[in-house]
Design a protein around this ligand. Sequence first.
Ligand code: AMP
Length: 295
Amino acid sequence: MTASNASQVIHSPQEMRSIVDAQRRLGRRLGVVPTMGALHEGHLSLVTRSRLECQATVVTIFVNPTQFGPNEDFSRYPRTLDQDLELLARAGADFVFCPGVEDMYPPGFSTYVEPPAVSQRLEGEIRPGHFRGVCTIVLKLLEAIPADVAYFGQKDFQQALVIQHMVRDLLLRSEIQVCPIVRDDDGLALSSRNRYLSDSERTKALGLWQGLKAAKSAADSGERQANVLRELMTAALHRAGVSSIDYVSIAERGTLNELEQLTTPAVALIAARVGSTRLIDNLLLDPPASSRTKA
Ligand code: AMP
């Protein structure tokens, strides 16, 4: 399919599954990109990666109610389907799966996935039930679309780790690929929620990137004390005018355990509110060469 053709839109999980089966019979390597829509270049980078590595690409668009808490933004989450379909046609997605809530959660639905241990801290602590909803919907999407590869963004670092653990623990067939964060020119990580920000809030939101960069540049200059890095992140957020901070974290990359010393590959993570918009971002940190633990 050429990049300008409309993608085939599918609503029913059963129809989606039979299309996937047909693709398999043709021997095509299949990629899936799960999203909640309101698409931007970050999402499209996952589609591009799938098109490079696979012969057919399915993008899913589903705002999943079970991953939103009762006081979160499920009802006001942006829904821009027509524009999304245009972007996906241009990006060359072959299929777009956009089921209704009743398709994914039939009446009487009561089965959920118990998320893995890496879900417990950070987002899991602030958003109880969030990863239960994420794991449940991703498992169901991977059942409807048993792709060879599922593409996720590092933007949601903990989510990608949670999914990797679930796939390993439940013996799912899809390989998980985690792709780099796409940022605006000034560093702000692209997010569907950025559209909620006023101009002045958007300027404040840069505090997340400034905090992460401050931690990285200190780590690159040899700082090993994780507390010093956390303080640098908090100070940058405050300087930008962000006072409502859910967490700043310097965590071990594979477990998300909080670190005291930067002696192992780590990740700096921030979650904060700017106005009424909750934003998250992260940046990988490497330990100073002199303090790396020997393999
Ligand atoms: P969402 O629609 O927010 O659920 O995101 C769908 C997928 O796109 C997730 O795997 C996200 O991590 C990924 N994603 C969101 N924002 C970005 C970004 N700025 N760069 C790369 N991937 C992203």
